[in-house]
Design a protein around this ligand. Sequence first.
Ligand SMILES: [Zn+2]
Length: 195
Amino acid sequence: MLPKVIDDLTVLLSKFQGVGEKTALRYVFDMLNWNSEEIENLSQTILRLTTEVKKCVHCNNLSDNDQCIICGDAERECQKICVVENVRDLIAIENTKSYNGKYYVLEKLISIVNGVYPEDLKIDQFVEKCKNENVEEVILALSLSVAGETTALYLMQKLVEKEIKVTRLASGISTGLSIEYADQITLMKAFEGRK
Ligand SMILES: [Zn+2]
């Protein structure tokens, strides 16, 4: 009924989480009102995602360069490392403005049922790095899900073995709630009350 390109783009946009076909179609109709320069700009910018997004060699944060802005910031306390599951959690913590150390992004959590083992998270390398860089405190900011707890316990054991101080975000983040969705005040308090 509609030109094929409209159908094609609608299918592609429906891939976004929370975007159904109806909404996707509305976006496409919106775009039909854009001028060709705007359309060109959008498509070029999307393409840049494939070439311009790098992963920080130190912490796995997303970055323009080999080293992310946080790792390259001399004002940050490099003796503190906050461990998060993903970059969205890192951003949530950054938004509280109550933490001035560095981060380490695990990218996944240990989950035996899903076949994700400690080796897959390169935990030994991380612990080794903490030891070599004389890190004073590792703060675990992982969700209270089964996978989050399993990962936190494993990390704690490995870090304690190397005599590195480990703290966890204080309770207040309800069970199963991910860091990303915790509100800023809850997260800020959780940081202050870590133990
Ligand atoms: Zn980094």
